[in-house]
Design a protein around this ligand. Structure first.
Ligand code: H79
Length: 455
């Protein structure tokens, strides 16, 4: 009996010691191999959907007769709307046409493999049922449905990875603001700081992030933003990164968790930690970002959050070329939609996504899972590579059908990717590379892919 008691005591002690010493693991010095393995799905995915949705969809870019000239989700800041007035948008937010499965099927049909949605943008409003605030979909709106839960379920059913955008800058939380309403935090100000900012991180941001990582299924990515506010430090970023990966070891986190980013070009200061991938915003780096994983986030018009008067849509052709360009430089494309306050993705966005999906249906092999171009980009288009195949994406079809491929050698056979019979395209070798004799008419006026099989 006594022996048994001692055993139980020892076992308890051991457990205690184990528990106390089961330390938080440090993920900052992960090996390149481990990182590659963790990010393999993301690397191969290449194309994702960014969703900017929140209360700013209610004013839709216009308040009291004034139209914002800039991006719609900044309306609270740009038009200096006091919190008490902005709260009215929550009372009006009732997106009865929201259908998570419809959104996910639009993404899927577009050929997208993951979705990142604004769980919380700069206005601090939370699209999920958070225990840490009433400034959320359940506490502040008549809608009463957990948007992230519905989206998480729809994504799981469709086999689409889900990630959350989370703004560190917060114009609503009293401990997060360095400059108070109605000015809010401006871009890169260093004038004031909030003495309680640490409490915002420890008692609000971290528990909220834990909710997001534990209550919504298998979350692939956390996408931070608003890290430029003066109260936020690189040390906080490193601590949060480790906090998150200790909760979910295979999580992928963007560079804005840290302060290492330089402007909007996605580059990080050398030697800095700066998360798992760079985030060039509204731009595509001229030659990619050597030695870094990256993802360009782009809009289809000029705004992220819905603006009823922004009709400056890019063409489907431009967007498909952007996707190819990004893939040829080793990046991903995160392409934005800004749904309306009713819960609908705008028709012009759907139209463009459909066109992209149709192009990818035929040419996806030359985009998903590819490596970047082996040579400088040619005048007529772009290259991507996978296994023993080089894909040439022809944007500008040669009038005489004769295409010159500088620096490409040792090619066994060539054919059009869209040609199921794989008829050979004649190849001639020359000193600087090869030439192809193509049909005189471009099979696809947007971009035609020719497969080049290496010897
Ligand atoms: O979520 C999207 C943007 O809201 C956020 N990042 C993407 C993904 C972001 N992009 N840029 N910025 C934040 C900085 C914003 C600068 C400006 Fe402005 C906002 C320029 C015009 C409006 C603030 C208000 C600075 C000048 C006026």
């Amino acid at each position: 009996m006594r022996k048994a008691n001692i055993f139980v005591l020892l076992a308890t002690l051991l457990l205690l010691i184990f528990n106390c010493s089961s330390p938080t693991k440090d993920y900052l010095n992960e090996s390149e191999d481990a990182k590659s393995e963790r990010m393999a799905w993301w690397d191969d995915a290449k194309f994702g959907m960014f969703i900017h949705w929140g209360l700013y969809a209610v004013p839709a870019g216009e308040y009291k007769g004034e139209k914002v000239s800039g991006i719609g989700e900044w309306i609270m800041n740009s038009l200096e709307i006091p919190i008490s007035e902005y709260e009215q948008f929550a009372r009006e937010f009732n997106p009865v046409k929201f259908d998570a499965e419809e959104w996910v099927s639009i993404a899927k049909e577009a050929g997208m493999n993951y979705i990142i949605i604004t769980a919380k943008h700069h206005d601090g409003f939370c699209l999920w049922d958070s225990d840490y605030t009433e400034w959320d979909i359940m506490g502040a709106t008549p809608f009463g449905r957990d948007i992230l839960k519905e989206l998480a379920d729809a994504c799981e059913n469709a086999g689409i990875r889900l990630g959350f955008y989370y703004s560190i800058m917060d114009w609503y939380h009293p401990y997060a603001q360095g400059i108070f309403e109605p000015k809010y935090n401006q871009w890169a100000n260093d004038e004031r700081s909030n003495p309680n900012f640490e409490l915002y991180i420890e008692n609000y941001m971290k528990p909220q992030l834990k909710e997001l990582l534990t209550n919504y299924g298998d979350i692939g990515v956390l996408w931070f933003d608003g890290e430029w506010i003066p109260d936020y430090t690189s040390e906080m970023g490193k601590d949060i990164y480790n906090y998150l990966r200790n909760i979910k070891p295979d999580l992928i986190v963007n560079n804005r968790v840290d302060k290492g980013r330089q402007g909007m070009d996605g580059m990080n200061k050398e030697g800095d930690f700066a998360g798992d991938f760079g985030t060039p915003e509204k731009q595509i780096p001229a030659t990619g970002i050597p030695g870094e994983k990256w993802e360009s986030c782009l809009t289809m018009n000029d705004t992220w959050g819905y603006k009823h008067f922004d009709h400056n849509w890019k063409s489907s052709k431009t967007l498909i070329h952007d996707l190819i360009d990004i893939a040829s430089k080793g990046g991903n494309l995160l392409l934005n939609v800004g749904p309306t306050a009713e819960g609908l993705i705008p028709a012009p966005s759907i139209e463009r996504l459909k066109a992209m999906g149709q192009w990818l249906e035929v040419n996806g092999e030359a985009i998903y899972g590819v490596d970047p171009s082996p040579v400088d980009r040619p005048e007529w288009g772009r290259y991507t590579v996978k296994d023993n195949r080089i894909y040439s994406h022809v944007f500008d079809w040669p009038a005489d059908g004769k295409l010159s491929l500088q620096g490409i050698t040792d090619i066994k056979r060539a054919w059009l990717l869209s040609d199921s019979s794989r008829s050979s395209v004649p190849i001639t070798d020359n000193t600087a590379g090869i030439s192809l004799q193509l049909p005189l008419i471009a099979p696809d006026t947007v971009a035609t892919v020719i497969v080049l099989e290496r010897k």
